[in-house]
Design a protein around this ligand. Structure first.
Ligand SMILES: Nc1ncnc2c1ncn2[C@@H]1O[C@H](COP(=O)(O)OP(=O)(O)OP(=O)(O)O)[C@@H](O)[C@H]1O
Ligand SMILES: [Mg+2]
Length: 327
């Protein structure tokens, strides 16, 4: 039995902003098994990107406090790991596809140079060998005329092409864990679907573990083994995908599901959850969702519900969950 591919325990991230501390992530614990695919969902600002970026220490640390009792990838603890050693893990062990490829790609370097850098550094491939592998990868991610594209700069490519290049770069060193942070939101729906299929087939073929961050619960229904729901910096529900879709237990999860247009029935009217997520600079006592929750009890206003393991395999942070759906 091998250990977890990703192990995050008691992670909190606070930014010192001009308007006071921003509590972006609060006491978050998450484990991912080798080969497992999880989705992380939640409204904008719930802390999805900050969680994943702090794992790889991609946040600017000058005004950021990150604390955790464990932060490990593939059995290697990242706490206190020197920057150089961390650099060695990026690529062959863990790789990241960003929300916005334009900011993640280097505008001054050709596609080929950015693709081969990791391979040459980590796998020690020679120039010609790395170029051949890069061409192969570009073909694999569906880039037409790769021999031409490989020598171009990012701005010469369309948004969809750039996102494909990002994916190729992320896969170049055969990572064991791939973190994809809304890699398709900037793209049109047809390209989105193609990219999702592409990543899905590569994931299945290589047995990579994967974290897919998105607003789109419908998308995760096809992708994820497990879905983690975040609200105001915390995990409020974490369940096997099937369980979560058929019987959401947290009222927020149920609200998110109700406001997701169904793939099989796009004409159903969408209902959205009334109200707004809290300002992360003003965290009130109690459950952060209580002000928007139709099931809130007196206790929910004063006590933060702990995230508790349930007999049916989910983790849940709620004092008054929805009754089990009988379908
Ligand atoms: N560098 C920063 N300085 C201050 N606050 C920040 C910084 N980065 C993120 N935040 C704040 O932290 C909170 C969590 O942000 P995060 O980017 O993780 O949200 P998200 O769930 O990824 O949202 P989205 O779906 O819009 O990508 C937000 O309130 C955001 O404004
Ligand atoms: Mg984000």
């Amino acid at each position: 039995m091998s250990g977890p591919m990703l192990d995050v325990q008691n992670l909190s991230v606070t930014f010192q902003s001009d308007g006071g501390p921003v509590y972006a992530v609060r006491d978050l614990s998450l484990r991912l098994a080798p080969g497992e695919v999880i989705g992380i969902v939640g409204e904008s600002g719930s802390g999805k990107s900050v969680t994943m970026m702090s794992v790889l220490r991609l946040l600017d640390t000058r005004r950021t406090e990150i604390s955790a009792t464990e932060l490990a990838v593939d059995g290697q603890s990242l706490l206190g790991l020197p920057a150089r050693a961390l650099q060695d893990l990026r690529g062959p062990v863990v790789s990241y596809i960003f929300q916005d490829p334009l900011t993640a790609l280097n505008p001054l370097l050709t596609v080929g140079r950015q693709l081969t850098e990791g391979m040459r550094r980590h796998a020690g491939l020679g120039r010609a060998e790395a170029r051949a592998k890069a061409l192969d990868l570009l073909r694999r991610v569906g880039i037409p005329a790769p021999e031409l594209r490989i020598d171009q700069l990012p701005h010469q490519l369309s948004g969809g092409m750039r996102q494909r290049v990002m994916i190729a770069i992320a896969l170049a060193c055969d990572p064991k864990l791939l973190i994809a942070d809304e890699p398709t939101t900037a793209l049109d729906v047809t390209v989105q679907a193609e990219i999702v299929r592409l990543v899905q087939s590569i994931q299945a073929e290589r047995g990579m573990a994967m974290v897919w961050v998105t607003h789109d619960l419908a998308l995760l229904a096809r992708l994820a083994d497990r879905v983690v729901v975040m609200y105001a910096g915390r995990i409020i529900e974490d369940a096997p995908a099937r369980t979560l879709y058929s019987s959401p237990a947290h009222p927020y999860t149920a609200g998110l599901l109700a406001s997701t247009s169904r793939i099989d029935d796009p004409f159903t009217e969408q209902t959205s959850i009334p109200g707004m997520p809290p300002d992360p600079r003003r965290i009130a006592p109690g459950c952060s969702f209580a002000p928007r929750c139709t099931r809130a009890l007196a206790q929910c206003q004063t006590v933060v519900p702990p995230l508790v393991q349930q007999p049916d395999g989910r983790r849940l942070a709620c004092f008054n969950p929805l009754p089990e759906a009988h379908t």
